[in-house]
Design a protein around this ligand. Structure first.
Ligand SMILES: C[S@@+](CC[C@H](N)C(=O)[O-])C[C@H]1O[C@@H](n2cnc3c(N)ncnc32)[C@H](O)[C@@H]1O
Length: 248
């Protein structure tokens, strides 16, 4: 997969590409990420990339011309699916990262200042994506969040594909609690079943704990989760227990 990043701050992103999961995906050859400095495409003699908004108002807006120039330069590698990181976009989900990981080529536009001239967004953007209902200073951190999530979805990035499948949100549930050595820490013991070596019992315990975690922390996720009748009955039992505990 190829990802082109259009940004005013390429140096801020480069460091992240060489580290972590993104770095591993690049080294393994499953991902190519290239950042492009929008300023290099400004046809203004001072290389300006922003201007004041028509109609007045605070701050500056990124101008259309350098962004469009940068976008045109990417077309040599084929037409990418263009994403604008924006607080107005649909909020990023695991499902969305799965869908994006299927695409061969995406380009991500990082905004700055008060945002971007709407005309260039209308001309080149296929989708706006937000990383949450809050406003950041620029699109670079959101873009890195998106790239990291997408990189995890690519076959060959993680050392174990199984790890990805059991993680929170992958199957619509939160992950079960995890423990590492020692078996007792500050008088707190690791659940016995995990020391038993009985794979079937461990898998059953993990699934139940996953349901329990999701019910306690993100019950909204259960509405869409793919559950068996037995699992639904288990959740009903947990809910009944919780209500009884509240009343007593
Ligand atoms: C200060 S923000 C501009 C906010 C804009 N004036 C508004 O009210 O919608 C500057 C840039 O940061 C990025 N950004 C800010 N918050 C974001 C979020 N929650 N998700 C994704 N990108 C975000 C966008 O690229 C945006 O153009």
């Amino acid at each position: 997969m190829r990802i082109d990043l259009m940004t005013l701050f390429p140096d801020m992103c480069e460091r992240v590409y060489t580290e972590s999961i993104i770095g591993r995906a690049i080294k393994k050859g499953v991902l190519t990420v290239e950042s492009h400095n929008i300023r290099d495409y400004s046809d203004n003699k001072h290389h300006n990339v922003d201007d004041t908004p028509y109609g007045g108002g605070e701050g500056m807006l990124m101008s259309a011309q350098p962004i469009y120039g940068c976008y045109e330069s990417l077309l040599k590698n084929g037409k990418p699916y263009v994403i604008y990181m924006s607080p107005k976009g649909g909020v990023l989900t695991q499902q969305k990262t799965k869908e994006l990981a299927e695409l061969p080529h995406i380009a991500i536009l990082c905004g700055h200042y008060e945002g971007v001239d709407q005309r260039v967004l209308d001309a080149i953007v296929d989708e706006e994506i937000s990383i949450g209902d809050y406003v950041l200073t620029g699109g670079e951190l959101p873009a890195l969040v998106l790239i990291d999530c997408v990189a995890r979805m690519l076959d060959g990035t993680l050392s174990s594909e199984e790890g990805r499948v059991r993680e929170s949100h992958y199957n619509g549930l939160l992950e079960y609690p995890q423990y590492t050595k020692p078996a007792v820490w500050h008088d707190r013991e690791v659940p016995e079943v995990l020391l038993s070596g009985h794979h079937e019992n461990i898998a059953h315990w993990r699934r139940e704990m996953s349901l329990r975690e999701t019910l306690q922390k993100r019950p909204d996720l259960l509405e869409k989760a793919d559950l068996t009748q037995q699992e639904r009955d288990f959740l009903k039992k947990l809910q009944k227990e919780a209500t009884q505990n509240k009343q007593s």
